[in-house]
Design a protein around this ligand. Structure first.
Ligand code: TXA
Ligand code: MG
Length: 345
């Protein structure tokens, strides 16, 4: 299959292109499109055959349910049972935007999309291209990140092309995405709200509306609340060692490890920040995520940086850990999932 890439203005999307993409969605095909978080691989959420294609193309395990994207509240009401007051409060405060909420599902949503669960994860994206595509299709669109399962989520159309080129008919290219990391997923159906996946909207952001939410972590042997949690994720194919510990000691520790490994003839890449980059010797491959004083930018650059390092023929990536509060919780969550080993000292 030939994959066509259509450049599209992120703020004022060309209607002709949107109509073309919406036709593909309505006829059961897949379209990759930008959202404010990452690129999504979209299909009609009410069409089981179309949803099956998503799982096949991504190589995604069938027990990992998809997020369904809506363009307005009526569409939300058509797919979920009786939203609660607190769910609607969050909807009116944070939508459109990078917050995914778990609802009780109606039958209209394909069971394949929700992996047989009686709940459905829904969000209303704020990206104009995503919103106009859903509106024009007139259907809720199920869309996981548009990467091969296990790879870092795509934050640019080139990433989608690399993973899915030849397997899908269309990619809408609106440039790099705004947040660069997947939406926050929250479950309010339980007594105390649980953040199933930290994202651009932090626990601190949510506190004024829902109080102190618990950040979900999977205990050994326990059945996960969110099936996606049990899979290693966002990972480059090169082993990544995440080094965590006392803020100052991290650079020294990484320098030592890099030195030992380089002496063994291994090629080392370092994932660092603007503030630490010059503290590593010349000659090492160094990729900076940006300044520690702009943590949202560190998050935004992470997946592109991981993909860049992955293409540099390295034997190992050494990554700096960060103290965990606010948006750094999201950054560390993804770094952990990308790592093959974590060194705490
Ligand atoms: O930002 C995003 O959320 C992007 C863009 C495209 O919108 N989408 C995305 O989808 O990241 P995906 O499929 O890569 O991640 C969906 C996550 C998975 O961890 C999955 O297990 C969880 O949401 N999930 C989906 N439905 C669920 C449900 N009913 N209950 C609990 N977790 C659910
Ligand atoms: Mg994903």
């Amino acid at each position: 299959m030939q994959t066509k890439i259509f450049k599209i203005d992120p703020i004022d999307p060309d209607r002709n292109v949107i109509v073309r993409a919406a036709k593909l969605i309505r006829s059961g095909q897949l379209v990759a499109f930008p959202t404010e978080t990452v690129y999504g691989l979209g299909a009609d959420a009410t069409n089981g055959k179309a949803i099956e294609k998503i799982f096949r193309v991504k190589g995604r395990p069938a027990d990992n349910p998809l997020i369904v994207h809506v363009s307005d509240i009526n569409m939300l009401r058509s797919i979920v049972e009786r939203p609660s007051k607190v769910q609607l409060d969050l909807v009116s405060y944070y939508w459109p935007g990078p917050l995914t909420i778990i609802f009780r599902k109606k039958k209209i949503i394909s069971d394949i999309a929700t992996a047989g669960m009686d709940t459905v994860a829904v969000r209303m994206p704020s990206h104009p291209v995503a919103l106009s595509l859903i509106k024009e299709a007139g259907k809720p669109i199920a869309a996981p990140s548009a990467n091969i399962s296990g790879k870092p989520s795509p934050t640019r159309a080139e990433h989608v092309m690399k993973d899915l080129g030849g397997k899908i008919p269309m990619i809408l290219d609106a440039g790099a995405t705004e947040f660069g990391v997947e939406s926050t997923v929250i479950d309010l159906s339980v007594d105390n709200p649980v953040i199933l996946r930290p994202g651009p909207i932090t626990k601190e952001d949510l506190a004024p509306l829902i109080g102190e939410a618990r950040l979900y972590s999977l205990k050994k042997g326990e059945k996960p609340l969110s099936p996606g949690m049990k899979y290693r994720h966002y990972a480059p194919s090169v082993p990544l060692l995440l080094v965590c510990g006392g803020a100052n000691g991290i650079v020294d520790k990484i320098r030592k490890i890099a030195d030992t490994e380089t002496k063994k003839g291994r090629r080392i890449g370092i994932l660092c920040t603007d503030e630490t980059k010059d503290r590593y010797p010349e000659g090492l491959v160094k990729v900076s995520l940006g300044s520690r004083f702009s943590p949202y930018l560190l998050v935004k650059n992470l997946y592109h940086a991981l993909r860049t390092l992955d293409e540099m023929n390295l034997d190992m990536i050494l990554a700096e850990g960060f103290p965990e509060s606010g948006i750094f919780v999201t950054l560390m969550n993804r770094l952990r999932k990308a790592s093959s080993r974590i060194l705490e000292f």
